[in-house]
Design a protein around this ligand. Structure first.
Ligand SMILES: Nc1ncnc2c1ncn2[C@@H]1O[C@H](COP(=O)(O)OP(=O)(O)O)[C@@H](O)[C@H]1O
Ligand code: SF4
Ligand SMILES: [Mg+2]
Length: 300
């Protein structure tokens, strides 16, 4: 069975005279049948990581590490290899802001049928799985509500029957009802033997469907483990702060701002916001190697 094995991936951007350390030493394994949520505040590197996996990074990016999909290292593969064997076929991407990725002058049906032709899939069944009705398919992108555009994007990502679906902030801007329906669709996909990487800053969404949650801060995974453990017994102070800020828990959000990715401290990047920081934290904590892993010198 194929897994995705992300191993020590870092992504840097050259920006003017500065270097943006957007993704730092990230390792994560995703297996068929599971839904993994990658959560963290805006700007922590989630989209950059997804873009790296699919070869969508701009020219000013430098990537290290590996991301193995069977025999293929996605980070070393050529654009042609990714287009021929990975994008849409093994990994489907639901991009952030899907409406802006649809072609404005063509109906949803024509875009879906073309994708089905290229990828060898079935447009109707992908539309059905994404919760679209035939009448939705005859609309142009500007005639689709945010929820419907999201479903068209999901159908496009599913049409080639990829084993892994990466959904980047799929719930942004949707009503709670639509959010729950969409998340349940993702859960069903995982239960059918696909894998889902749900990228979100919405911990409630992760709570609803994820088997495992990886918490990212300033480009690093600071905690990863079974979803219920990360939510109910977070060990990293940042992850605990996120979990406490869930609507039903009603604690205050974590005060302060994340650091600039052009100027990361040598030690723990969370230290300026951390009530538990000690002198130890001037040294960078390393993610432990266990099923509920944490990168913190003084875990909760
Ligand atoms: N092409 C780029 N050049 C320079 N910096 C970039 C580029 N793309 C993204 N970044 C920076 O990388 C960081 C992570 O961005 P992103 O992955 O989009 O965050 P998010 O977790 O919100 O998805 C941000 O600081 C962003 O400004
Ligand atoms: S390593 Fe130190 S500063 Fe960082 S989260 Fe843990 S206790 Fe806080
Ligand atoms: Mg993003």
């Amino acid at each position: 069975m194929v897994n995705l094995e992300i191993d020590r991936v870092s992504v840097r951007f050259a920006l003017g005279g500065a270097t943006v350390e957007a993704v730092n030493d990230v390792s994560l394994r995703i297996r068929p049948g599971e839904c993994v949520a990658l959560v963290g505040e805006s700007g922590c590197g989630k989209t950059v990581l997804a873009s790296a996996l699919l070869g969508f990074l701009p020219g000013n990016a430098e990537t290290t590490g590996s991301a193995r999909l069977g025999e293929l290292d996605l980070l070393a593969a050529t654009d042609q290899e990714l287009a021929r064997t990975v994008r849409g076929r093994q990994i489907g991407l639901v991009p952030q802001s899907p409406a802006s990725h649809l072609t404005p002058v063509r109906t949803a049906r024509s875009q879906l049928e073309e994708a089905a032709r290229v990828l060898g899939g079935d447009a109707e069944s992908a539309a059905r799985r994404a919760g679209l009705l035939p009448e939705h398919l005859d609309r142009y992108p500007h005639e689709l509500s945010g929820g419907m555009a999201q479903r068209v994007a999901n159908a496009l990502a599913l049409v080639g029957d990829p084993w892994l679906l990466i959904a980047d902030e799929p719930t942004t801007g949707l009503d709670r009802d639509l959010v729950d329906g969409l998340l349940d669709e993702f859960r069903r996909l995982a239960d059918d033997g696909h894998a889902v990487l749900l990228i979100t800053h919405d911990l409630a969404a992760a709570h609803r469907i994820a088997d495992r949650i990886a918490v990212m801060y300033a480009g690093r995974i600071v905690e990863v483990g079974p979803a219920h453990e990360v939510l109910d017994a977070a060990r990293h102070p940042y992850a605990r702060g996120l979990a406490n800020a869930l609507p039903e828990r009603d604690f205050l959000p974590i005060p302060g701002q994340p650091p600039l990715l052009t100027d990361l401290p040598d030690g723990c990047a969370f230290a300026p916001r951390c009530a538990q920081a000690t002198a130890l934290c001037e040294e960078r904590p390393v993610l432990t190697d266990d099923p509920h892993a944490v990168a913190c010198h003084v875990p909760c």
